[in-house]
Ligand binder design. Structure first.
Ligand SMILES: [Zn+2]
Ligand SMILES: [Zn+2]
Length: 413
């Protein structure tokens, strides 16, 4: 079934990898190994994040348990290119995060969350080209599919297709609001508002003295009503504020789809979901890295207000403009994010953030979902190398521009 160019598929084949990935991710955040199912670029981002957290003298533990409401949780929406299918699989989990150092706990929260993983698998019946650049899953060396099947040049490990795919290329976390907690909070608040109105009236009754019983009864009724009205007014105000929050970026959806469609005319393999995945991946790398200007995918500095981010999740993405000049495509976006900040007072706070980000790519070649900046092939000599922090081919010295193959970030503010 096709809706707005997105394909709703049966994701049952990806349920098993999804379950394994959740276990592996939980293991990683518990201090263990990098998730085996994560793509090379996702592993890189996870490592950058851990380095950043550790450099601040902190440690993040994160446990994820399947929650009761996860029976029919896998929704498969997919987008594809000639070789790969990227399937978006979601599930409900109970996540406890705790961040701190040996001396103190800076942050702890438990939430019912939705974890969405982008699972990349070969399209049924397709066999990618042997020359496709690919990282060795064992040692991380830049290689090609053919070489890995024959045995990695560096570590000698041989791979079969089923060990190389599926891979998780990205994941997002969305927090569900806890309804019982909200209900209890409302009850408490209403009681406080009513008490705040009743008590002064009762005190007044005692001061005035005569008809005490009548006055106290009156105080309860009048104070209760006024208190409840005040409570409702506060709720109403909060509801409006909350509408503003849940609709963050929502008003830009139609224009965003329209603008991204311009790129699709030049590159039929392009899709909005793919672009959103790229945008958050670039943002994470830029804010987690100690020096983003060293990364081939970042052509700008990380702004001061993003320097203390230790975890970032995307909430929405708006495309403000999209210009195509020749084959160069420049896109201005607004990212709506939920980020954990480690502020100067040593506190960790969850904030709703908004960042503007510019991205650029040359549209000479169609989108390659299997592309990794850590295994690219030289346009001149064909050698494969890791391009995450180099600007030229290490073999023949031909300048290499990542934007010929993939999206790069050109501004963030
Ligand atoms: Zn290897
Ligand atoms: Zn070369």
């Amino acid at each position: 079934m096709d809706i707005l160019g997105m394909n709703i598929t049966d994701a049952s084949a990806q349920k098993e990898p999804y379950k394994r990935f959740v276990e592996q991710l939980s293991g990683w955040y518990g201090g263990g190994e990098l998730p085996e199912l994560a793509s090379q670029d996702l592993r890189f981002a996870l490592e950058l994040q851990r380095q950043k957290i550790n450099s601040l003298g902190l440690d993040m533990q994160c446990t994820m348990k399947r929650s009761g409401a996860d029976k029919n949780n896998a929704v498969g929406i997919s987008y594809s290119d000639r070789v790969f299918n990227n399937c978006i699989v979601s599930g409900n989990l109970n996540m406890t995060r705790s961040i701190g150092s040996k001396q103190y706990q800076a942050y702890k929260d438990t939430n019912e969350i939705g974890l969405t993983a982008v699972i990349q698998d070969l399209k049924g019946g397709t066999q990618p080209d042997k020359s496709m650049p690919l990282c060795c899953p064992h040692c991380g060396a830049a290689s090609t599919l053919g070489e890995l099947e024959d045995g990695c040049e560096y570590c000698g490990t041989k791979f079969v297709m089923s060990e190389l795919y599926p891979k998780v290329s990205n994941f997002f976390i969305t927090r569900h609001e806890d309804r019982t907690e909200r209900y209890n909070k409302n009850k408490r608040e209403a009681a406080i508002f009513m008490a705040a109105c009743i008590i002064p009236l009762i005190i007044m009754s005692f001061i005035l003295g005569d008809d005490l019983a009548m006055r106290i009864a009156g105080a309860f009724v009048a104070g209760g009503i006024v208190g409840f009205i005040l409570f409702c007014m506060k709720k109403l105000f909060e509801t409006f504020a909350l509408i503003g929050k849940t609709a963050r970026g929502g008003s830009g959806t139609v224009t965003t789809l329209y603008r991204l469609n311009k790129i699709k005319k030049h590159d039929p393999e392009f899709s909005g979901e793919y672009f959103r995945d790229k945008a958050i991946a670039l943002f994470r790398m830029a804010v987690y890295s100690s020096d983003p200007t060293q990364l081939a995918c970042c052509k700008c500095e990380c702004p001061e207000k993003a320097a203390d981010i230790i975890e970032a999740d995307i909430y929405n993405l708006n495309v403000n403009s999209c210009e195509i000049n020749g084959d160069v495509c420049e896109v201005q976006t607004t990212l709506f994010l939920d980020c954990l900040h480690f502020n100067k007072k040593g506190k960790i706070v969850l904030k709703c953030d908004k960042f503007r980000m510019s991205m650029r790519k040359r549209l000479k070649k169609p989108t390659e979902l299997g592309f990794s900046m850590q295994a690219v092939s030289c346009h001149s000599c064909g050698a494969s190398f890791d391009a995450h922090n180099v600007k030229e081919c290490p073999y023949c010295r031909t300048p290499y521009e990542l934007e010929d193959d993939d999206w790069v970030m050109t501004a963030l503010y």
